[in-house]
Ligand binder design. Structure first.
Ligand code: PXG
Ligand code: PLP
Length: 443
């Protein structure tokens, strides 16, 4: 196939309203993937394209992983669907225990969703319902952070801190936001920035404003992804944890991007040494092969719902999705986590991250580069805007990259990279040199 439209008619292109996409631009000049294997896509013109974001932070193990393919195909034949409510199937329980093996100590009860957005909503609802169970119904207020991304549902955009994702939609839930941690003096930090732990004290100001008796939970991404890849400042998450403990506020980590290896550790919690009360996860849990998310909670939270005098046939939490614990997604999850462990992929990420850090910071002096940040196999570059057109340069750089055979993510004023866990050093070097050229071309 050498047609970049892949034979699609205008009517077919127009029929699909694409997610988070500039539809008008895309449909004039589509970028269509037709196949994928390992770290590479094949596009509709037959070119090989390096996957610089592991899908959408989903496919760290690369594409077309035989073990996952086989598990999914077998599961389809054996049990394609099983009702999510009041009846169960074996694999969801096996996967729940397996997920817990990757969790920090104490997080050991898993509630399934189909996406990160749903895992976030579930986290926020469980946090509020937990306090109600404990006889503290006033604890409902939610705290997020500027530049936070917590998916696109109403709860998630309320605590989220990316204006463009909320502004079009009017009223949301009552929520407050701490400042983000991207300080000018931290530009070009390698790994965690030294400065900024004191920004966690913003939570103290919000407690003074609302009183902790009215606050249910604080939600943050350990490393903020979509907001531009912001690793936490040294000591910041520890300080947040301490304030939450001192004031009886639940701490939620949104690890939709961090969990299962991206940070070179099982979770962001492990990488940064802080354990939340609730964790939202998705994406890498199935290597992106099937949609699956989950909210994992400490046992004390689960127990608060189970310790009840209500009759045993009464359900404890009126919440869930038709596709919660979908058997095919669970089969994909079991296979993906098995490969992650058996092939020792996470230690490999930690090792590769050392070369990646060195390599990506070779771009520090490129034209219009205002900042380069990195941790694990994630990196974000902030680019100087064209006057009055903040989002144009990253778009142009990403299109140059696409022409050179690299898929990278662009949005706002940043370029984001989330390399496959199986990437080779030589592939990192090629990517960085293509970025170097693209930045020069767009100067
Ligand atoms: N929380 C976090 C921290 C995320 O990164 C979500 C929630 C929502 O997950 P779902 O599965 O509902 O999309 C995400 C998703 C990017 C990018 O380029 C990031 C996401 C999605 C698409 C693009 O950074 N994160
Ligand atoms: N809307 C209607 C009319 C439904 O019947 C359902 C589920 O039964 C939903 C929405 C929710 O769908 P899901 O469970 O896939 O989130």
């Amino acid at each position: 196939m050498s047609d970049k439209f892949a034979g699609l008619t205008k009517s077919q292109l127009d029929s699909h309203w694409m997610a988070f996409t500039a539809n008008r631009q895309f449909k004039k000049d589509p970028r269509l993937m037709v196949a994928a294997d390992g770290c590479y896509y094949t596009d509709a013109t037959g070119r090989k394209i390096f996957d610089g974001l592991s899908g959408l932070w989903t496919c760290g193990l690369g594409h077309n992983v035989p073990e996952i393919n086989e598990a999914v195909s077998n599961q389809m034949k054996e049990l394609d669907y099983s009702p999510a409510f009041q009846f169960g199937h074996v694999k969801s329980f096996q996967l729940a225990e397996r997920i817990c093996e990757f969790m920090p100590e104490g997080l050991n009860r898993v509630f399934y969703t189909n996406s990160g957005s749903e895992a976030v909503e579930t986290s926020l609802k469980i946090a509020r319902a937990y306090w109600r169970k404990l006889g503290k119904p006033g604890k409902t207020r939610l705290i997020g952070r500027l530049k936070g991304y917590h998916g696109v549902n109403f709860g998630g955009i309320s605590v989220g801190g990316i204006g463009a994702n909320r502004a079009p939609f009017g009223e949301t839930l009552a929520a407050d936001h701490m400042r983000h941690t991207m300080l000018p003096e931290s530009a070009f930090s390698r790994g965690m920035p030294e400065n900024g732990a004191e920004l966690a004290d913003d939570l103290l100001d919000l407690i003074a404003l609302h009183d902790a008796t009215n606050i249910a939970a604080v939600i943050v991404e350990p490393l903020a992804g979509s907001g531009g890849v912001l690793p936490p400042p040294v000591g910041y998450l520890q300080r947040l944890r301490k304030i939450c403990d001192d004031h009886n506020i639940l701490l939620i980590f949104d690890e939709v991007i961090c969990a299962f290896g991206r940070m070179g550790a099982n979770t962001g919690a492990e990488a940064f040494g802080v354990t939340p009360d609730i964790m939202a996860l998705a994406k890498q849990v199935t290597n992106g092969a099937m949609p699956l998310g989950a909210t994992v909670v400490k046992q004390m939270i689960y127990d608060a719902f189970m310790d009840t005098d209500a009759p045993e046939y009464m359900l404890e939490l009126p919440h869930g999705y038709t596709y919660s614990a979908h058997p095919v997604a669970c089969a994909a999850g079991l296979a993906a986590l098995e490969v992650l462990e058996q092939q020792q992929i996470i230690p490999r990420v930690a090792k590769t991250a050392v070369h990646f850090e060195k390599s990506i910071h070779e771009l520090d002096d490129c034209p219009n580069v205002l900042d380069v940040r990195n941790y694990g196999l994630a990196s974000g570059l902030t680019l100087a805007p064209y006057p009055g057109e903040p989002a144009r340069r990253p778009f142009e750089v990403a299109m140059r990259m696409w022409d050179k055979g690299f898929y990278v993510r662009y949005g706002g004023d940043t370029i984001q990279l989330g390399l496959p866990f199986i990437v080779e050093s030589s592939e990192i070097d090629s990517l960085v040199s293509a970025l170097h050229e693209s930045l020069e071309e767009c100067a």
